[in-house]
Write a new protein. Structure first.
Length: 349
């Protein structure tokens, strides 16, 4: 019995090089063009949402006309991860600006927030920047709500009389309800000090504990020996500290690492490392912030040494814990040795 021979399937490929130098294989048009758009869009959406750098996604857009058209579809751009458009400040250009704007206009809240921060602080387009942040805030984007709270509390982009403390506290409370750690910390300090809200020391300290408990939870994947800096502390003891009114957890030896800054804050830090914020303008002294003053003496300074200034109490508390505690003149001069990050205050410049 004669068997018919079967010709094996052959698929020609085009071999290209990506921006990173690794080869990218694209199937020939007769095979690739037969794949439905829905499937390609699904693949591109997964790719954009998991991209760890802009090149991971931009490389695909450069391979062929069809991938370029589908890659710029609003569905794909709306799901793009923050790192997909986390361009470095030194590489900022009209094309990168246009790409982030396209993502934001497609409904990507992270892109709206990032573009808003860049326009408001770096490009000094205050109205447009605040508008993009507001678009993200309306969709319950916690960092956008918190940034708008800082803008309202400081009167950023306007005069000192434009401060609206009550609006700032209200926006901060909304961000805190979404679990934003800095917003929880800022709201706790506002309640402790009666800053823009009726003073309530007990509730304020409770929020500070919640902020630090969340900060601790974020570092739970770290080795306990690193987290507690060699101190023996059981989880039951930790629960007792969290459940009662006490100073911040770092006062008990918890060596919680610094939180990873948002890509928008990283962009601001890099941008103003190369360019001046303006004559007499200062940057927030907390390295993970990057916000500049929009007018002279907008930020408040440390009431102990007066050498540093902050856009918010949350940035002050983080910087105290990570750096300023070791450099504050009065603290190092054996004065106020019992001072901790709950007690240090910031005052008007």
């Amino acid at each position: 019995m004669r068997t018919s021979s079967v010709t094996p399937f052959k698929c020609n490929h085009k071999r290209l090089k990506s921006l990173s130098g690794s080869p990218v294989i694209i199937p020939s048009s007769d095979f690739f063009d037969s794949i439905p758009d829905d499937i390609v869009l699904s693949i591109l959406t997964n790719l954009s949402s998991s991209a760890t750098r802009p090149a991971d996604f931009i490389t695909i857009l450069l391979t062929c006309k069809r991938l370029n058209e589908l890659g710029l579809h609003s569905l794909v751009l709306s799901k793009a991860s923050p790192k997909c458009f986390a361009v470095k400040a030194k590489n900022w250009s009209k094309s990168s600006h246009r790409f982030i704007k396209r993502c934001a206009d497609s409904g990507n809240t992270e892109a709206s927030y990032t573009l808003g921060m860049i326009r408001f602080y770096c490009l000094q387009d205050r109205g447009s920047g605040a508008s993009y942040m507001a678009k993200a805030a309306i969709r319950s984007h916690a960092p956008a709500l918190y940034s708008l709270a800082i803008i309202q509390a400081n009167g950023s982009g306007g005069l000192k009389v434009d401060k609206d403390l009550r609006a700032g506290v209200s926006l901060c409370a909304r961000a805190a309800c979404l679990g934003h750690i800095d917003a929880l910390r800022e709201l706790g300090h506002c309640l402790q000090d009666g800053y823009g809200v009726t003073k309530n020391v007990t509730q304020g300290r409770r929020l500070l504990i919640q902020a630090n408990a969340r900060e601790l939870a974020a570092g739970c994947s770290i080795s306990p020996s690193v987290l507690f800096a060699g101190k023996q502390m059981t989880w039951n003891q930790l629960h007792c500290f969290v459940g009662s009114v006490c100073p911040l957890l770092s006062d008990f030896g918890c060596n919680v690492p610094a939180p990873e800054p948002h890509p928008a804050n990283v962009f601001l830090s890099d941008w103003f490392a190369e360019k001046e914020a303006g004559p007499g303008m200062r940057l927030c002294s907390y390295g993970g912030c990057g916000r500049p003053e929009t007018r002279r003496h907008e930020f408040r300074r440390c009431s102990v040494c007066g050498d540093v200034n902050y856009c918010s109490r949350a940035c002050q508390a983080l910087d105290w814990k990570l750096r300023h505690k070791m450099t504050c003149r009065e603290f190092n001069g054996d004065v106020n040795l019992n001072v901790n990050e709950n007690d240090i205050t910031v005052v008007e410049s």
